[in-house]
Design a protein around this ligand. Structure first.
Ligand SMILES: *Cc1c(COP(=O)(O)O)cnc(C)c1O
Length: 455
């Protein structure tokens, strides 16, 4: 297996100056990670911790089926379908000779309606378990059904869970914490959608609105929580527990690929495209996938052209603390789940040798993909979640993508490749909200068609 130390496409295909200009001008780009390693050095967390998280979910299945009626049918399992999407592949214009497109439908995850369901549930379960252990309500390794008992609920009612979020994490954490009997408080940034705030309030979650961006909402929440010893702050920028909750998705995907008869090896590469905000969700998933598939899985993060925080962080190296504002970017995007100016250092550290690359997408493309996913497959995804759909096109059709594929020897394996776009959220979108997104996407397509006809 060649080291990817020299995997940056040769000069001419995309120089550092060209990338810098594209980033500053908010033009879509693709960056291949020169630090990728076939066998990465051990990170802060690894398979042992992922296994513990997996076991925690298993011990919680009966509890979750009990506190969330929507989970009863699934036996308390928080899982999403993997679907082969030939129609959408065709609508996107991805040639069948480039492999097969699948979607990992985390937008359908129960309770939170987004990728946040696994991370948020895991962190709240771990907190509840820690409190119950400390108060002698259970023994280590016990089934967690006891967390629904009256004494446990009385204990949790004395405690508060707080979180800072652009929307979806708050929704996950708020609803799950409330369901276990905690008080819950969500600090929201200016870009959080009104319906997300309304839904949380309807569930008895306290919502505090901040005028600033995501990082300021997190900071405000972190500071407020630090004043209160009975408050647990779910820290999206630093939490291992969240990241480990997300990582459990890798085992789920592997089982689904196995069941579908999809091979992953040197001749059958797996490409996974993950929308990235602060990096915890895609970082946890990538960590889990690299543990399972080694060098045969290639994970790419998708970021808005105005918020490429992980690309900037990995490109600058871990000693630096770049922000999208420093590049003259606005951090404004309709992809509210991805509107983050600075990446999680925990996630960036783990991604340095594990991630294959990052690409950026403009909002117009997100809306157009959202419409294609709706028309071809009847999916209801939010703009953030549409970012993954651009990945296979960028990799197989752009000059830089093809140069990278040729350089890594993967071009020859493309016909047997599997592409998985992670659709990270959207099933809870109200009809009116989703209808507006579709109208906007259709309007953009009509304008593009008219423009092409005129020129
Ligand atoms: C949160 C979120 C992401 C990205 O997760 P991070 O942990 O912030 O990187 C992607 N898509 C959607 C819909 C999200 O809500």
């Amino acid at each position: 297996m060649p080291s990817f130390a020299s995997s940056v496409p040769p000069a001419g295909a995309g120089s550092a100056e060209m990338l810098e200009a594209q980033l500053r001008q908010a033009e879509p780009c693709l960056w291949a990670n020169p630090d990728w390693q076939a066998a990465p050095a051990p990170g802060e967390v690894g398979q042992a911790q992922i296994n513990a998280a997996q076991q925690r979910f298993e011990r919680a299945a009966a509890l979750l089926a009990r506190v969330f009626p929507v989970l009863a049918e699934a036996g308390g399992r928080i899982a999403s379908p993997l679907v082969r999407t030939a129609e959408l592949q065709c609508a996107l214009g991805l040639d069948a000779a480039c492999g097969a497109l699948w979607l990992k439908c985390d937008h359908l995850l129960p309770v939170a309606g987004s990728v946040k369901a696994r991370g948020a549930t895991h962190e709240i379960l771990e907190l509840a378990e820690r409190l119950a252990l400390a108060h002698g309500l259970m023994a280590a390794g016990d089934d967690l059904t006891v967390l629904a008992s009256a004494p446990a609920r009385a204990l949790f009612a004395q405690h508060e869970v707080a979180v800072g979020s652009t929307g979806n994490l708050g929704m996950g954490v708020g609803l799950i914490a409330k369901a276990l009997g905690f008080r819950a408080r969500v600090h929201m940034s200016h870009d959080a959608k009104a319906w997300k705030k309304a839904r949380l309030r309807a569930h008895g979650v306290e919502v505090l609105e901040h005028a600033g961006d995501y990082a300021l909402a997190v900071q405000a929440g972190r500071e407020a929580a630090a004043q209160d010893p009975l408050c647990h702050f779910v820290d999206d920028e630093q939490s291992r527990s969240l990241l480990l909750g997300y990582s459990v998705a890798a085992g789920e995907l592997q089982a689904q690929l196995d069941a579908a008869g999809v091979m992953v090896d040197a001749r059958h590469p797996l490409f996974v495209y993950l929308p990235c905000g602060v990096g915890g969700a895609p970082g946890g998933i990538t960590l889990g996938l690299r543990e399972r598939f080694g060098p045969h899985v290639h994970c790419f993060f998708a970021e808005p052209v105005q918020s490429p925080c992980m690309l900037l962080q990995l490109r600058a190296g871990l000693g630096a603390e770049p922000s999208v504002y420093g590049m003259g970017l606005t951090n404004r995007t309709e992809a509210d789940g991805l509107a983050v100016a600075q990446a999680s250092r925990l996630a960036a550290g783990l991604m340095r040798e594990r991630l294959s690359g990052v690409y950026t997408v403009d909002d117009a493309t997100l809306f157009q993909h959202l419409v294609r996913a709706h028309e071809a497959e009847g999916l209801r995804i939010e703009p953030s979640a549409a970012a993954g759909l651009e990945g296979p096109l960028r990799l197989t059709q752009s000059p830089i993508g093809r140069a990278w594929l040729a350089h890594t020897g993967l071009l020859a394996q493309l016909p047997q490749a599997t592409h998985v776009a992670w659709t990270t959220g959207g099933s809870l979108l109200p009809d009116a909200e989703f209808g507006q997104f579709v109208a906007r996407g259709r309007g953009l397509s009509a304008t593009a068609t008219a423009g092409a006809a005129a020129s």
